[in-house]
Design a protein around this ligand. Structure first.
Ligand SMILES: NC(=O)c1ccc[n+]([C@@H]2O[C@H](COP(=O)([O-])OP(=O)(O)OC[C@H]3O[C@@H](n4cnc5c(N)ncnc54)[C@H](O)[C@@H]3O)[C@@H](O)[C@H]2O)c1
Length: 445
């Protein structure tokens, strides 16, 4: 079966979800690219957009149409070439409309899993629930004579377990997009020994055609991205707990969040990132990973306490942050939750004390948004860490131990065989988490 054959009938499970909608868009654009090749003009292509939520499907189709229109506007010169045989299309707007109609014509929204019984490729982005994923894969596999390939977006569930559970004989791999899939450049591809080599080659070709940066990851729960993020988050929570012996917990959380953002020069603080992903999602991913890591305890009592008090975080549909460990106004943290009192404490009420505890930020430390645009990011970051080493402030000491732990986590991902190389770990943090420098470096030592 050729690359194009594989794409003639594609299904996206969970297509109305945060990830599924982006995956559907990327899949539709790639299938359209194949469909519009002159040699494929007599072939029939279809993409089934499957989701249990019938209420969400009309909104999904509206979203996809708007995104395809944007994509068309950006590549109108290319489309003019592809539609050259349609002499009646003269204006740019006519060509754009024809393309949008063609792409939308590919997509069949459905709430029924049965439509995937004729698919050759199934993307899966339903909720992070191993039993659900296994059930859907098994049902499709048992009723589909075409030996379909399953590309799962799971964040943490080992692929080999899905393969065994659904009896797929190696026809599943992890194709892990970052949120939002249409924007984020990174895809972690998690293969297992039983994958046919053509399937791995197809995955790489597909990612390339979608203009993604591919990082291979071995099949160890959490893979590279969450393998680093979850441990980084647990380190931060652990540091906050230690500090809370001598100050209120909300102050400790503020301090660690500030160090992880301002001192480490990251795009957002660690507790803001946990909120962004969701306190509930982070807890859940840890619980999926934990049984696979008997030598570690990937679990946080503090996150449990917050969750029990209804603290969930997450995002509104426009991507803005919901209140979580931190409370937000216009996207900026303004208060910190204290799980002892169950209240948000305004940052303005304790920032002066906490900032005095941290000490002044060295002059060589740059805001992330400046560092990330600089041509020589590593040397500039190195200057900041040099200043931390000579500075005796609490902030500098905490920044150094935080960065060293992040480095150690990165190296452990290589040593335990999750990542093939330190460079791959760095690529995931640079591309998937927008860090300005990779965690595995020499300058934090
Ligand atoms: N959100 C992220 O940042 C992110 C990043 C990377 C990977 N992931 C992974 O992607 C997957 C989806 O996550 P999400 O955040 O998009 O979740 P989501 O809750 O936004 O979407 C899940 C979708 O699946 C649908 N669904 C549930 N059961 C179904 C079924 N039986 N059949 C068909 N559709 C069903 C839901 O209606 C929903 O639309 C998860 O495995 C998650 O771990 C999420």
């Amino acid at each position: 079966m050729t690359y194009t054959d594989r794409l003639t009938n594609v299904s996206v499970l969970g297509s109305a979800g945060k990830m599924g909608s982006g995956i559907l868009l990327l899949a539709a654009l790639e299938v359209a690219d194949q469909m519009l090749k002159p040699e494929n003009k007599d072939r029939h292509f279809v993409i089934n957009a499957i989701d249990v939520s019938s209420a969400a499907l009309p909104g999904l189709m509206k979203y996809i149409r708007a995104q395809v229109l944007k994509a068309a506007e950006k590549k109108v010169v290319l489309l003019r070439g592809l539609y050259a045989h349609r002499a009646e299309l003269i204006e740019n707007s006519e060509i754009i409309d024809a393309y949008v109609d063609d792409v939308m014509g590919l997509i069949r929204p459905s709430t029924r899993l049965e439509v995937a019984y004729e698919s050759t490729l199934v993307f899966e982005a339903v909720s992070e629930n191993e039993a659900l994923k296994v059930k859907l894969f098994s049902q499709i596999n048992e009723n589909n004579a075409l030996q379909p390939w399953f590309f799962t977006n799971t964040s943490s569930v080992p692929i080999a377990g899905l393969d065994k559970g659904a009896n797929l004989s190696g026809r599943v791999l992890g194709f892990h997009f970052y949120n939002p899939p249409a924007v984020q450049k990174l895809v972690e591809v998690i293969t297992i020994a039983a994958n046919p080599s053509e399937m791995k080659e197809f995955a790489l070709q597909l990612a390339k055609n979608m203009r993604k940066v591919v990082v291979p990851s071995n099949d160890i729960a959490g893979f590279i991205g969450n393998g680093h993020f979850m441990r980084d988050a647990l380190f931060a929570l652990g540091e906050a707990k230690i500090l809370s012996a001598s100050m209120p917990m909300h102050e400790a959380l503020y301090i660690v969040n500030k160090v992880s953002q301002d001192y480490l020069m990251r795009p957002m603080g660690i507790f803001q990132l946990i909120d962004y992903v969701g306190v509930d999602v982070v807890r859940f991913i840890m619980s999926v990973m934990n049984p696979h890591m008997p030598a570690e305890d990937l679990h946080s009592d503090e996150l449990d306490r917050m969750f029990e008090k209804g603290i969930k975080g997450g995002q509104f549909s426009d991507g803005s942050q919901k209140d979580g460990i931190l409370k937000y106004e216009k996207g900026k943290p303004v208060a910190v939750f204290n799980s002892d009192t169950g209240e948000y404490i305004p940052i303005s009420s304790f920032a002066a004390t906490a900032d005095a505890w941290l000490g002044p930020l060295p002059e060589s430390t740059m805001p992330w948004k400046n560092l990330v645009k600089a041509p020589d990011k590593d040397s500039l970051a190195a200057l900041a860490f040099e200043a931390y080493r000579t500075s005796g402030t609490n902030g500098a000491q905490l920044a150094l131990s935080y960065a060293r732990r992040s480095r150690e986590i990165g190296l452990n991902l290589v040593n335990t065989g999750v990542a093939h190389s330190a460079a791959d770990v760095n690529t995931v943090l640079l591309t998937g988490f927008f860090h300005a420098y990779g965690p595995v470096n020499e300058f934090v030592l």
